[in-house]
Ligand binder design. Structure first.
Ligand code: HEC
Length: 158
């Protein structure tokens, strides 16, 4: 097998494989997920299917407890990078804990959502490259921004 590959190349390949195998046993733990989220924004607020579909397909993998991991998510070192994004994303904004935020934080989040969409910062482009369904058209971004603005009006009156 692989007789056209030189001995040296084989040796290097084996070293790389062993190295990659060792990586699988170190590094951060996979951020936990749960589907029981009574405080999730989609549970507690009245949100149209159009908006909730967008949040789910473009934001929920990093900003909720309902992350759906693709197969490559468990392979180090890719996993390290993804887990960091997810932990960091949830820290900034976790839609699954919406009900537990105070009014001021909710309003700040809704403002930030408008900003990141306006600036084209979210969803992260590295994510969209791997998840076609997360790509939002300009019209969808507009709709999401309009929703965040309108919803802020609802939150103010809560
Ligand atoms: C691949 C993971 C990922 C996806 C998908 C994603 N985000 Fe983020 N988001 C992050 C990370 C990581 C941060 C924190 C670091 C940063 O601000 O870049 C963040 C930060 C934010 C913040 C706070 C930013 C600030 O400046 O205060 C908001 C608001 C936000 N995201 C909204 C969204 C929305 C809305 C979507 C869907 C349209 C989305 N994100 C999709 C990973 C993600």
């Amino acid at each position: 097998m692989l007789h056209w590959v030189s001995k040296k190349t084989k040796y290097i390949l084996i070293v790389i494989l062993v190295f990659l195998s060792i990586l699988q046993f170190v590094g951060p733990e996979r951020p936990a997920t749960t589907t029981e989220n009574p405080g999730d924004i989609l549970q507690v607020a009245n949100i149209s299917p159009e908006i909730s579909d967008m949040l789910k397909s473009a934001c929920y993998d990093c900003h909720s407890m309902e992350t759906q991991y693709p197969w490559y998510a468990s392979i180090a070192p890719v996993s390290w990078f993804l887990y960091r994004h997810i932990n960091h994303g949830r820290e900034e904004l976790n839609f699954s804990e919406w009900a537990f935020l105070d009014k001021r934080s909710k309003l700040r989040v809704l403002k930030d959502i408008q900003e990141v969409l306006e600036e084209g910062e979210m969803p992260l482009s590295s994510y969209v490259n791997m998840h076609e369904e997360a790509e939002l058209t300009d019209a969808q971004k507009e709709a999401l921004m309009a929703w965040a603005k309108e919803f802020a009006g609802v939150v103010i009156k809560e």
